[in-house]
Design a protein around this ligand. Structure first.
Ligand SMILES: Cc1ncc(COP(=O)(O)O)c(C=O)c1O
Length: 399
């Protein structure tokens, strides 16, 4: 065991080492310029990102949470209105909705992809009295069913705002880039994202010139002309150092996606060999009690911001403890769905109301997937997971 490699959940140092010369040069340039807030680096990044995402406008902002706030403000959402969104997501999705004074209306997920289920979202929307938007999340880097959500938005005559924080470069089942079918998409450059900055950062994208114009004003306190404020916005700007770093990283993004996809394929194959199936088969169907992530076939594209496996709830925490012992990092995304968070108790959702979200929060584990993982590290993770699950299943860990 002492010869086994250490495998952190994420290690950003090798990435930095590989592009250090490029990064250090642009950071020095920004420092020399002393232009730190907005300015030419942001404008250049916005142009490059709009092109990369296949949309007309990109608006850099302070982080992915503020991007959601800005998007909701840009479509004119006001206090007391409702937004249908998943509960099984990072806190910011629901948190940003509530921060604008809106009410999140939770819809359960499809247990195969972990993305919000369009049919259940439609049921939730039908019960709303003041529906203002629908907000699917492209969880873990795999696109939600955007055709279904676009149709839902049209049916209820509300904008679809895509929380694409985890999914830059992802494509839906028809090959359309994430962000192309919603009114506005929101993105995060948190360091752990496939395109991560050296701190906080975010972006909104849109094909609407009117939304883009409003978003640009909203991020500077609702102002276009200095000291003249047409409406109340916020300080939601992206800084030039982040933009310079992100521009360098964008040049390498496709090769990092490819690395993550290679690593995911390695795990998929190793787990399939051990007897596991993908997440289309429920754990309750029996067999080897491990499900690797179902990947929607091409032209869809999963960018594996996270690689998520599923094991029986009674085994999950023991598996994590075993991985920790083996010096393998893991994480739970997300252990408490939003409808069961203390801060959302006032919405009145009870335990059992979103069974797929609740089950996923007890059964899923994220494994290391970053592109620089070595074959030795990947093999160690796959072996340890498969052995532990195999041994556990023989002692009948509550499947
Ligand atoms: C789904 C989702 N939405 C929103 C955010 C918020 O992004 P940020 O951390 O940049 O505010 C994240 C970040 O982890 C996320 O994963």
């Amino acid at each position: 065991m002492s010869d086994s490699p250490v495998v952190p959940l994420l290690d950003l140092k090798p990435q930095y080492q590989a592009i250090k010369a490029e990064i250090d040069e642009v950071v020095a340039k920004v420092i020399t310029s002393q232009v730190f807030i907005l300015g030419p680096e942001i404008e250049a990044l916005e142009k490059e990102l709009a092109e990369y995402c296949g949309v007309s406008h990109a608006i850099g902002c302070s982080n992915g949470s503020d991007a959601i706030v800005l998007a909701l403000m840009a479509v004119g959402a006001t206090h007391g209105e409702e937004v249908v969104c998943p509960s099984y997501t990072f806190f910011a999705t629901g948190g940003a909705i509530a921060r604008v004074g809106l009410t999140p209306v939770w819809a359960d997920i499809d247990p195969v992809t972990y993305n919000m289920c369009p049919k259940l979202a439609a049921d939730a929307a039908a019960k709303c009295r003041k529906l203002r938007a629908i907000m699917p999340v492209h969880l873990y880097g795999q696109a939600a069913d955007m055709d279904a959500f676009a149709a839902l938005g049209a049916r209820f005559n509300v904008p679809v705002i895509e929380d694409a924080a985890q999914a830059i470069g992802s494509r839906d089942a028809h090959g359309a880039p994430v962000g192309a079918k919603g009114a506005i998409a929101t993105w995060s450059f948190f360091p752990s994202k496939n395109l991560g900055g050296f701190g906080d950062g975010g972006m909104c994208t849109t094909d609407s010139a009117a939304h883009a114009d409003r978003l640009k004003m909203l991020r500077v306190h609702g102002s276009k002309i200095k000291y003249q404020h047409e409406f109340v916005g916020m300080n939601g700007r992206l800084d030039a150092l982040q933009a310079a770093v992100l521009r360098v990283k964008l040049r390498h993004l496709e090769s990092w996606h490819a690395g993550r996809q290679r690593n995911a394929a390695f795990y998929d194959e190793a787990f399939a060999k051990a007897g596991a199936t993908d997440s289309r088969t429920a754990l309750s169907a029996g067999g080897f009690p491990l499900r690797f992530p179902y990947r929607i076939p091409a032209p869809a594209r999963h960018i594996y911001n996270q690689y998520i496996i599923r094991v029986p709830a009674g085994m999950r925490d023991d598996l994590r403890a075993h991985l920790t012992e083996q010096k393998i990092g893991s994480e739970i995304y997300y252990p408490i769905p939003l409808h069961l968070q203390q801060c959302f108790e006032y919405l009145g959702a009870k335990k059992g109301s979103l069974p797929h979200s609740e089950a996923a929060s007890l059964e899923t584990v994220a494994l290391p997937i970053f592109p620089e993982l070595t074959q030795e590290q990947l093999a160690h993770v796959a072996r340890q997971v498969a052995h532990f699950v195999g041994a556990g299943s023989k002692t009948a860990v509550g499947v």
